[in-house]
Design a protein around this ligand. Structure first.
Ligand SMILES: [Zn+2]
Length: 250
C-alpha cells in the first residue's frame, strides 16, 4: 500500500506524475537538496580494514557524489552531499557479514545499532540535531568480497552495503553511485537469471530505449554511462514519459 495523501497524488498528476513522491520511501526521498551520508566501515572479527583502503573507499564515494551532482545539475536540480564516517574509530565488528540477497537481516540497520546508536530513531535524531538535510542514507562498507546491494525501505533508514572487492577487483565509484540511486528509487535495468521473466523483458526493453544507463551496467569508469530518463524520473529529478509506466515497480 502506498502511503501518500490524496492532495499529493493530485498535485503529482497535475505535475505529470512524479513517481519519487509517490513511492514508499524511508529516509532517502528524492535525489535533490542536501543528502546526509553516514559511512560505516564494518569487518568480521580478526580482519580489520587498512586505513589506506578506507580512505580509498571514501575517495570513490566522493567521486560518485560528484557524478550524481553533475547529473542532477543537468536537470536543473541542486544536490549536495554531506558525509560523516567512523574512519578514525575502530571498524564496526559484524560476526558474519551477509552476502547478496540475504534479506533475513538488514545490514544497514544492524550497522547503525552496532556503531553505538540504540535505535534507528535515536540515529535519526542525532543526525537531525547535527546537520540540516532533506534525505539521509547509510553507506556500509564491508571488508569482504561480494556483490553489493542496496537496502531501500519504506520504514527504516535507507542505505547500501558495498563490499571492498567484487570478483577479485576493488569496488568502483560507479558501484557506489548505482547503489545510491537504488536508495532513491532507481531499479536495476540489467538482466539476471535469478530475476523474473517479466523483469528481464523489461530490462531488455529499457536498454533498447535508453542505452548505457548506470542501472544497466556498472563500468570501471563513468565515461561510458549516463543517468537515463527512466532512472532520473524514478529518483525524482526527471520528467515523466508515458513509456516509463511499464517499468514502474509494483
Ligand atoms: Zn542494482
Amino acid at each position: 500500500m502506498k502511503k501518500y495523501s490524496l492532495l499529493t497524488a493530485l498535485l503529482c498528476l497535475w505535475a505529470g506524475s512524479c513517481y519519487a513522491q509517490l513511492r514508499d520511501y524511508g529516509t532517502a526521498r528524492t535525489l535533490t537538496g542536501t543528502v546526509f551520508v553516514y559511512n560505516i566501515f564494518i569487518a568480521e572479527p580478526g580482519n580489520p580494514w587498512k586505513m589506506n583502503e578506507k580512505k580509498s573507499m571514501l575517495k570513490k564515494s566522493e567521486l560518485a557524489h560528484k557524478w550524481l551532482i553533475q547529473r542532477a545539475a543537468k536537470l536543473g536540480k541542486p544536490l549536495t552531499f554531506i558525509e560523516e564516517s567512523n574512519i578514525n574509530s575502530r571498524d564496526v565488528i559484524v560476526a558474519k557479514i551477509p552476502g547478496y540477497g540475504n534479506y533475513s537481516s538488514n545490514i544497514v540497520n544492524d550497522a547503525v545499532k552496532l556503531s553505538g546508536f540504540k535505535s534507528n530513531r535515536q540515529f535519526k535524531k542525532w543526525a537531525q540535531d547535527h546537520v540540516a538535510f532533506d534525505s539521509i542514507l547509510v553507506a556500509v562498507y564491508a571488508n569482504k568480497s561480494g556483490r553489493s546491494y542496496a537496502e531501500p525501505s519504506s520504514k527504516d533508514i535507507e542505505g547500501f552495503l558495498v563490499y571492498k572487492t567484487f570478483e577479485g577487483s576493488y569496488e568502483t565509484a560507479s558501484t557506489i553511485a548505482h547503489e545510491t540511486l537504488h536508495c532513491f528509487g532507481a531499479i536495476d535495468l540489467y538482466s539476471d537469471p535469478t530475476f523474473s521473466l517479466q523483469y528481464n523483458q523489461n530490462a531488455e526493453r529499457a536498454n533498447q530505449l535508453w542505452p548505457n544507463d548506470i542501472m544497466h551496467e556498472v563500468p570501471y569508469s563513468f565515461s561510458s554511462v549516463r543517468l537515463g530518463p527512466l532512472s532520473s524520473w524514478l529518483v525524482g529529478i526527471g520528467n515523466h514519459d508515458p513509456a516509463f509506466d511499464r517499468f514502474k515497480p509494483r
